[in-house]
Design a protein around this ligand. Structure first.
Ligand SMILES: Cc1cc2nc3c(=O)[nH]c(=O)nc-3n(C[C@H](O)[C@H](O)[C@H](O)COP(=O)(O)OP(=O)(O)OC[C@H]3O[C@@H](n4cnc5c(N)ncnc54)[C@H](O)[C@@H]3O)c2cc1C
Length: 472
């Protein structure tokens, strides 16, 4: 059966784009965090949506499931196939054309395999900002960003990927092509199909192209690092910036001292320029379309207020673009430093800002009491209430062994706290296979059943990314 299937596949797509040898398949089979390794019948690299539609038909008639894949940088194992060896990985990297930049409509239309950084650069070349930005932007793809509704560092001002998307083209589980590539900011014509596919993690359809919003490129940007003593002051500082800088506030990232110590350990060139290792370092960015001097003055005024109200104890303003980039790199390298340190227990959570201080104090205390010596690598897009609440084994303890013994109870403890404070167990990374089990309890019976009904309606054969997000 397998040979016949592959033979039919070769009639749809040139055989050089169907990888079946083990060494060719290998780079597509393990997720970025190295938590999951799967098997696949083949890695298929299509070039067009009509090829994908034909592949879906073929897979449907052979009962072969499809795992859509972009840059494979997701944190929840969503793009990694299972162990059966009876799935194909459909990687969209060859669908990487920018189809149109519509300057009057301020939109960009592109294929799903475009790498995020290339999109930012193409937009900038035309004087526009494409605001989605995250640490994996050199390799993640817009199809993956849409499928996970990625967040990143600009959500505070521009929203999640969902908020940036105006239209989609999708190949459905029935092998039809839905062309919803309209760049409309208003379109109240019944159910929002676009919103159904955004964030569906490849379980409802294969996103092949999208129309995304562009914004005028800011001409002035100032970035600062400030030292803060506690979470309560950090939130008061955020509120101060929200009130005074309003929409000019484009970044507000919190990093604990433990996170930066770890970053410095693995990337010694990335030292915190603030003196005395403050408990919390906050990166703040203001952007504007007016003169540099105007934004700089506003930033200095707000920092002055913050000093006087004793919300901050030290501040460094980046004096040029390369220093600003160095501040952002320090923030982005926390994730990379964690990967260097070894497996750790990640919790990508949101908590209402008003409850964040209590959540952190309570949860830190519970964790430290039960697991003495653990390192809480805590950082996040605080402006969005999004915390990466990650637990690393105590110094000198093998991470794998620590995680094997403690993963389940630590997840349970953190997620119980998330429920208690009415937060979410996945702020921006999605569900994939990692949080499949936890989702039911978190969403509640009614919401979980509704999600299953949607999956059954759109993919009755359970062909697309089965056992990710929901199992039917
Ligand atoms: C260093 C680092 C920093 C990160 N920072 C952030 C961050 O700040 N914010 C954030 O949200 N995430 C972050 N991530 C996670 C990850 O980069 C995002 O989830 C990203 O959106 C995934 O894109 P991808 O192309 O790699 O998708 P993949 O990992 O390939 O796939 C992710 C999911 O989407 C599905 N999928 C992929 N392409 C398609 C498609 N065309 N159609 C349908 N389904 C598809 C897959 O089946 C899978 O379920 C980070 C990751 C790394 C490694």
């Amino acid at each position: 059966m397998t040979d016949k299937f592959l033979e039919q596949l070769r009639q749809i797509i040139d055989q050089q784009y169907i990888l079946t040898a083990d060494h060719d398949k290998e780079p597509y089979l393990t997720d970025w965090r190295k938590r999951y390794t799967g098997k696949a019948l083949a890695i298929v690299l299509p070039r067009t949506s009509s090829e994908i539609a034909k592949i879906v038909h073929l897979c449907a008639s052979n009962n072969i499931c499809i795992v859509p894949q972009g840059g494979h940088t997701g944190f929840c194992g969503g793009a990694t196939p299972d162990q059966s060896g009876n799935q194909i990985v459909l990687n969209l990297k060859r669908m990487n054309s920018i189809l149109q930049i519509d300057e009057a409509n301020q939109t960009i239309t592109l294929e799903a395999g475009c790498i995020l950084q290339n999109i930012q650069e193409a937009a900038a070349a035309k004087g526009f900002l494409f605001p989605l930005s995250l640490g994996a932007e050199g390799s993640c793809m817009i199809g993956g960003n849409l499928a996970t509704n990625a967040g990143g560092t600009n959500v505070l001002r521009y929203g999640n990927t969902r908020d940036l998307c105006l239209g989609l083209e999708v190949v459905t589980a029935k092998g039809e092509i839905w062309n919803g590539l309209k760049g409309l900011r208003k379109d109240n014509t019944g159910y929002d199909l676009r919103d159904l596919f955004v964030g569906s993690e490849g379980t409802l359809g294969i996103i092949t192209a999208a129309v995304m919003k562009l914004y005028p490129l800011p001409i002035s940007q100032w970035t600062t690092l400030v030292a803060v003593d506690d979470v309560r002051s950090t939130i008061a500082l955020l509120n101060l910036f929200q009130k005074r800088a309003t929409s000019l506030l484009t970044g507000f990232e919190m990093m604990t001292n433990e996170s930066l110590v770890l970053t410095h350990k693995h990337f010694p060139q990335m030292g915190n320029p603030l003196k005395g290792n403050p408990p919390y370092t906050v990166l703040i960015e203001l952007s504007d379309h007016e003169s540099e001097a105007h934004v700089r003055q506003l930033l200095e005024d707000i920092l002055q207020d913050a000093f006087e109200s004793e919300l901050i104890s030290d501040a460094v303003i980046a004096s040029n673009l390369s220093q600003a980039n160095a501040f952002w790199h320090m923030r982005e390298h926390i994730t990379l430093a964690q990967a260097e340190e070894g497996a750790n227990l990640k919790h990508d959570i949101t908590i209402p800002l008003s409850a964040l201080d209590d959540f952190m104090r309570d949860t830190d205390a519970l964790i430290r009491a039960k697991y003495p010596g653990v390192r809480i690598i805590n950082f996040g897009h605080l402006g969005d209430g999004n915390l990466h609440y990650n637990i690393a084994a105590p110094q000198g303890v093998a991470p794998k062994e620590f995680n094997r013994l403690n993963e389940k109870p630590i997840h349970e403890l953190v997620y119980a706290q998330v429920e208690r404070f009415r937060g979410s167990i996945s702020a921006e990374h999605g569900v994939g296979q990692l949080k499949l089990e936890g989702l039911r309890a978190h969403k509640g019976e009614v919401a979980h059943e509704l999600m299953k009904s949607v999956k059954r309606a759109l993919d009755p054969q359970n062909l697309l990314n089965p056992h990710k997000v929901v199992s039917i």
